[in-house]
Ligand binder design. Structure first.
Ligand code: AMP
Ligand code: MG
Length: 344
């Protein structure tokens, strides 16, 4: 049924190993426009084209240096490659750019849908623009009910953050968006790889985003998220202090902390974001947690952070943007500084 809808130019939401995607025939301009409409996505933010077989690449893109080695190593999987676009891909897919983003997902439901319809499928994440990406079918339903005819339910997504986006078209390979395929993994195949500057900070005024998606407010809950940095012991104490102060001001607050600190932060409405030793656990539950904060009407959220290494880089990119990069050091908090009081 999903394949038939796609062949007829309709939209289908489907699970992938990263997040749920909202797919349409990438060769059909009108079908692709319907994705932008259903998501409320700005037309200048390009989509990723999904394939199930490398023979499909011939009509989609040229293959730059290194592309095939990366595909051998990481496809199917959470790696999107930016490559020169061929004319069969309508400009609406790439927002008029001469590069096209392509990925082969590894999720069995995604692969069988792609195979059954036999088409390259343009698919961004299946959320309304500005909301956290959906990692469960229920998240898609929340955002898309009444807007699309079909959601395929494949359970919770394994990776939980969107694919790594790697630009192969502009000099040294550059990660525009970190994901489940880490810098370290890419470098084991390619040698040195750059990381776009805006991965761990906001775009500066006048700075051109290499990935248009970086321009938009993303992953942001309604409440204000604060990232608390510092030693493990200081952080737990500082977070308790922030929570207590917020609540005493009558502001509804909660905490995002590692499993190891759930006990230390009992009573502070702690949300478990997985073990601090396993960033992939945080990646898996991050977007679901951010959605819960909204559902629970949180005004202030205090979160622990992890080193931006391995999958931790993808976690800190998403968490940083959810927090609009608001950061406070535990030492400052313990010395009496309360950041939200001034800016709240
Ligand atoms: P989504 O499909 O919602 O995960 O978003 C796709 C991401 O890939 C966005 O951040 C886009 O800006 C980025 N992207 C897709 N195509 C291109 C392209 N041709 N050049 C640069 N970034 C791209
Ligand atoms: Mg998205």
């Amino acid at each position: 049924m999903g394949a038939a809808i796609l062949r007829e130019g309709g939209l289908v939401a489907f699970p992938t190993e990263t997040v749920y995607g909202l797919g349409a025939n990438a060769l059909n301009e009108e079908a692709v426009r319907a994705i932008f409409a259903a998501k409320g996505r700005p037309a200048d933010n390009p989509l990723i084209v999904h394939i199930h077989d490398r023979s499909q690449l011939a009509e989609i893109c040229d293959l730059p240096e290194g592309a095939e080695r990366l595909m051998d190593a990481f496809w199917p999987g959470p790696l999107t490659l930016l490559m020169p676009r061929r004319p069969a891909i309508p400009p609406v897919v790439t927002a008029g750019l001469d590069t096209v983003a392509v990925r082969m997902p590894s999720h069995p439901v995604a692969l069988s849908l792609l195979k059954a319809c036999g088409l390259p499928i343009a698919a961004p994440s299946a959320n309304r623009s500005g909301k956290p990406s959906p990692t469960q079918a229920s998240h898609v339903l929340e955002d898309m009910e009444g807007r699309i005819p079909l959601i395929l339910d494949g359970g919770p997504c394994e990776v939980g953050v969107e694919s790594t986006v790697l630009d192969l078209c502009h000099g040294r390979p550059c990660v525009l968006r970190p994901g489940g395929v880490t810098r370290e993994m890419l470098e084991s195949v390619l040698g040195p790889v750059d990381i776009a500057g805006s991965v761990l900070r906001p775009l500066q005024e006048g700075e051109v985003a290499r990935s248009p998606g970086m321009r938009y407010r993303h992953y942001a809950p309604e409440g204000q998220v604060w990232l608390v940095t510092g030693s493990e012991a200081d952080t737990a104490r500082a977070i308790r202090k922030l929570f207590t102060e917020a609540e005493s001001q009558g502001r509804r607050a909660c905490v995002m902390c590692f499993s190891e600190h759930m006990e230390a932060l009992a009573g502070c409405r702690p949300h478990d974001i997985g073990s601090r030793l396993h960033p992939s656990e945080t990646a898996q539950c991050l977007f679901d947690t951010l959605r819960r904060l909204d559902a629970e009407g949180m005004e202030l959220v205090f979160s622990e952070v992890m080193p931006p290494e391995g999958v931790g880089l993808a976690v800190m990119n998403r968490l940083g943007r959810a927090a609009a990069f608001r950061t406070v050091s535990a030492a400052e908090v313990l010395a009496g500084q309360l950041p939200f009081a001034q800016s709240g």
